[in-house]
Design a protein around this ligand. Structure first.
Ligand code: EPU
Length: 311
């Protein structure tokens, strides 16, 4: 599928996507570790999907036919410029681990990103999903992003104001490639920022099943007043199992894969059951927060259009 020149400048391997997702589910694919901007044209000519840290992704057991592209070391960058007038610019490549960006900002006494402490993501994935918590989002501090928009051939910088971002959504079209971003950050006290980051991580560790494979929160919160986890908990579904997949007894909006034996069909059956119960018993349509690759289309259908489910 790729030329010898492309393969000399970028790494192409066969993988099981279960090894590339935090859920530890997903079949085979050809993986491209993309490093050479000069090869962008050839890459864009081939059917492809973009992958970050795989922290918010459910992949079918049959895998995917398209090339799966991760950004390589050339995009694993972080440059901090000195603050002027109390504000500093930070330039981050999309392959950078979000945790590393947060640590660099805390060490330099730059405030904001510490609010994302404990969110598992690459910078690119966090931009794409507008990853965040209940109080802040990735795009809160971003001044511009470098992207390749679907149908375009070359990277360009977009101002934050050009992105109609919302809860868990960058506002840019599906298939956009994020290459990096620039953050505009105010100065803060490193010790206070570090303490705040540690506090957030501790709260997550106390309320989320972080030791078990999962894709984080499965559903978007229908409203801030009714978080999906609370709703699923009230429906009595904690601990429900299908095969190797289970609704976490710790946080009901997590589906965990404790023995790493879950298949995509196991997870899909749980998703279907949860959506069916939320609709029939509470009249609420739960929408997936996780991205799905090649999974049954019914996971996205309105639950009123699906047959009653028994698990
Ligand atoms: N709750 C229950 N039972 C549960 C889980 C939660 O009653 O099983 C209750 C909690 O007691 C709390 C409320 O639901 O009163 C909200 O729970 P939590 O504080 O855990 O927040 P959340 O809305 O469930 C959101 C994000 C998380 C993020 C946390 C912490 C979404 C869908 N989830 O969770 O993000 O880590 O806030 O900031 O927006 C993710 O995106 O993958 C994710 C995990």
């Amino acid at each position: 599928m790729f030329s010898t020149d492309f393969r000399a400048k970028n790494q192409v391997t066969d993988v099981r996507l279960a090894t590339r997702t935090t859920m530890k589910v997903g079949g085979p694919a050809q993986l491209v570790s993309f490093d050479d901007r000069g090869s962008l044209g050839e890459l864009l000519d081939v059917p492809h999907r973009w992958l970050g840290k795989g922290a918010n992704l459910l992949v079918d057991d049959a895998g995917v036919g398209e090339a799966v592209v991760v950004l390589g070391p050339a995009f694993d960058t972080c440059e901090l410029s000195p603050a002027r007038g109390g504000v500093a610019l930070v330039k981050a490549g999309a392959a950078l681990d979000l945790a590393e960006l947060i640590a660099a900002c805390i060490a330099a006494g730059l405030a904001g990103p510490e609010g994302l402490s404990g969110v598992p993501a690459s910078v690119g994935g966090a931009l794409r999903m507008n990853a965040g918590t209940s109080t802040c989002w990735m795009l809160d501090w971003v001044s511009r992003v470098e992207v390749v928009l679907p149908g375009e051939r070359a990277p360009r910088w977009l101002e934050r104001a050009e992105m109609p971002a919302s809860y868990r959504d960058s506002g840019l079209p599906h298939g956009t490639l994020f290459l990096g971003c620039e953050l505009s950050l105010a100065e803060g006290d490193p010790a206070a920022l570090r303490a705040q980051g540690a506090k957030l991580k501790k709260a997550k560790a106390a309320s989320q099943p972080l030791a078990q494979p999962s894709a984080g929160c499965v559903f978007k919160n229908p409203t801030p007043e009714l978080p999906a986890g609370k709703l699923i908990d009230e429906l009595g579904l904690k601990g429900l199992r299908v095969g190797g997949a289970m609704v976490s007894p710790v946080h009901a909006n997590f589906i965990v894969n404790p023995e790493r034996t879950a298949t995509c069909s196991d997870v899909s059956a749980l998703v279907r059951t949860i959506r069916d119960r939320a609709w029939r018993e509470r009249g609420i349509e739960l929408r997936l927060e996780v991205e799905t690759w090649n999974c049954p289309a019914e996971l996205h259908a309105h639950p009123r259009d699906l047959a009653k489910v028994e698990v």
